[in-house]
Unconditional design. Sequence first.
Lengths: 251, 300
Amino acid sequence: MIGFQTLFYKEILRFWKVATQTITAPILTALLYLLIFGHVLDKHVQVYAGVQYTAFLVPGLVMMSVLQNAFANASSSLMQSKITGNLVFILLPPLSYWELFGAYVLAAIVRGLIVGLGVFIFTAWFAELSFVAPLWIVLFSLLGAAILSTMGLIAGIWAEKFDQLAAFQNFLIMPATFLSGVFYSIHSLPPMWLTVSRFNPFFYMIDGFRFGFFGQSDVNPVHSLAIVLAFFVLLAGVALTMLKRGYKLRG
Amino acid sequence: MAAIQITDIKKNYGTLQALDGVSLSIEQGEFFGLLGPNGAGKTTLISIIAGLIKASSGTVSVMGHDVQSDYRAARGRLGVVPQELVFDPFFTVRETLRMQLGYYGLKRNDAWIDEIMENLDLTNKAETNMRALSGGMKRRVLVAQALVHKPPVIVLDEPTAGVDVELRQTLWKFIGRLNREGHTVVLTTHYLEEAQALCSRIAMLKGGKVVALDTTNALLKQVAGSQLKLRLSGAPLPQSLSALQIPIESSYTALRINHSDEIEPILATLRLAGCVIDELQLQQADLEDVFIQIMDGAQQ
């Protein structure tokens, strides 16, 4: 347990020591999205009846920030350690694969949630928000962060150079997040893209999260929760198997 | 129970056979040297002992615990100083050491951390960020990290490569003390005089195989006696002495002698043959001679 606690603490300390880059910057980015998209679209777009576009956008941006930062934390921490060689300090001690998994994922969740909370605090000033079902907000933000942390861990283990990690991030994570309904309701999409969106697990994370605020969503939040939960279990299984076998970490 | 028991370890990377059936038993309390040229498989073997890579076949146990099936117990009893000068740029020396201790599942022990830093002359760098340290200082931290959980078995993979005399002396004083206190020490080095002075037993590796394994004294005896090194002019070395000649790469002529009594007859023979002795040295055989002889032998 001390091993897990120490690695978790180290992972927290790592991003905290460079908080400008890991926390402040993504909050500012999300705020810029809100100012620009909110300003341009607020008068023209209404997704849910009685909900301002800017208000609709806030939970989407919060969740997007949670997801991107959770991914970035686990993947870049592991990648940096691999490239610089200091991963050996983690591989030599008797840390179990559960401890490695738990510490990396939990620390990445914490970073995702801190950034998400920061984005929420700053963007909430610009919109009238409601909190119809707060438990769903907590549940989906936690699960969303856990999923992306786990994906970050998998990407960090798999990638052998920063180039591959960037590809994972830019060709998989970014499109999946942007096309998940952060900025729009998938019901405003043409039928083909609507169908495609239904295969995007990120869509269910954001849709369920948004339900917590407005009590309205594109699909039933229970349905979303089941999908998100199943996706997490699947990814956790993959990550744990990789760690247990020492895939790419222990040659 | 052996400190490290290595049984028929093989490791291949594709067609390259890095280790080809290595078996070794390193006893508790030994100061053991693992020598061999670059690419002999020393680091691969250490990585297998440390669980950093998996062997293709064979088993390794540390203090009776298999490094694969019982990896937590094995790793907890092993401290490894890696060859590469790696560090985590986010943290200070003290943070680095506290974390390393925690990874081993042990409670904070600042008294021991302070003692290690004191012994490795790191005390006044305790609050310095790792990035700001010189290469030698980083090396000291690596050693400290390997000792922080007081492992009964300590493995040092070329700890003195590119290190100044002061650190070498500090390091060997401290490691020597730990060895006398009962810690088993395994050392790889290219500095053979270091191995000769420190190690009680030595294994030599070449091409992934153990080509010699004996006590340091027994290995030194394999190269009998001493070398008589002469710089000759006037006439070539007489035929009767050529049997004693050892090939060396220098302008000297080296002759193997077993006893100092043999010197006088050699000099007499040389005088008779018309050789002029410009310079004369008597050199004790050292581990380097043994090493070269064994490596040459292994080649044939």
